[in-house]
Ligand binder design. Structure first.
Ligand SMILES: Nc1nc2c(ncn2[C@@H]2O[C@H](COP(=O)(O)OP(=O)(O)O)[C@@H](O)[C@H]2O)c(=O)[nH]1
Ligand SMILES: [Mg+2]
Length: 209
């Protein structure tokens, strides 16, 4: 597989348009706990201006948010990120970044529709906070790879220790990335796509990449 993101082949306005050779669009989720780098990640590799949508979660949030004493606060705002990355002549990824809290059940139901897989961003300072999102992906039957987003000063552990701490299956890909860096973030996504192409039916990704 020879992936050359469109961002490295062309520049400027051309990036706005998909090459005519694109035959498959794949929906990929970029998930993780608060402040793990989702918005940064989608922003650094999107060819189109990344979109952040603010969704008002009235009911879902009201169940768990303690609204007592917060004058006028009747809603919870959820930020979603959206971006696009052309991975090869024939394959384009649509990236949906979203928070991984259990309480965003409705959002997750919508977001996982038609998604092929997910990239879980993790932070070695708070690995335990990744369990919730990995649990949600497993509930929805979505395969995933894990990318440790390296923050300055965050502890660096051997891969085996991280696998153990996150209780990863042996086949689950684990990579390190810097969400601020386009090349590094693209590599993390390629790892995910390669993993997905190995485990999904040929008519989905495999024949196109
Ligand atoms: N040092 C460092 N900072 C990062 C990295 N990724 C994100 N950040 C910073 O961490 C903060 C949270 O990132 P953000 O993308 O908003 O997280 P989100 O809540 O998951 O969308 C921001 O201030 C980013 O600039 C990274 O790889 N390294
Ligand atoms: Mg964000």
């Amino acid at each position: 597989m020879d992936f050359v993101p469109a961002s490295e082949r062309a520049s400027g306005a051309e990036d706005l348009y998909l090459p005519r050779t694109v035959r498959t669009a794949v929906k990929i989720l970029v998930v993780g706990h608060f402040a793990v780098g989702k918005t940064t990640f989608v922003g650094s590799l999107s060819e189109i201006r990344p979109l952040r949508t603010e969704e008002t979660m009235t009911q879902a949030g009201a169940l768990v948010d303690d609204l007592a004493g917060i004058d006028g606060k009747t809603t919870t705002t959820v930020a979603m990120d959206f971006g696009r990355l052309t991975l090869s002549e024939s394959l384009v990824l649509y990236l949906f970044g979203a928070p991984g809290q259990q309480r965003f059940t409705r959002l997750w139901q919508d977001m996982t529709q038609g998604a092929l897989g997910a990239l879980v961003l993790a932070d070695t300072r708070r690995l335990e906070q990744s369990f919730e999102v990995m649990g949600l992906l497993e509930e929805h039957g979505l395969p995933y790879a894990v990318a440790v987003n390296h923050f300055d000063g965050a502890p660096v552990h051997p891969e085996e220790e991280i696998r153990e701490a996150l209780d990863l299956l042996p086949e689950t890909p684990l990579v390190t990335c810097d969400a601020r860096d386009r090349a590094s973030s693209t590599r993390a996504l390629i790892t995910l796509v390669e993993y997905l192409s190995k485990r999904t039916a040929p008519e989905t990704v495999q024949e196109y990449v």
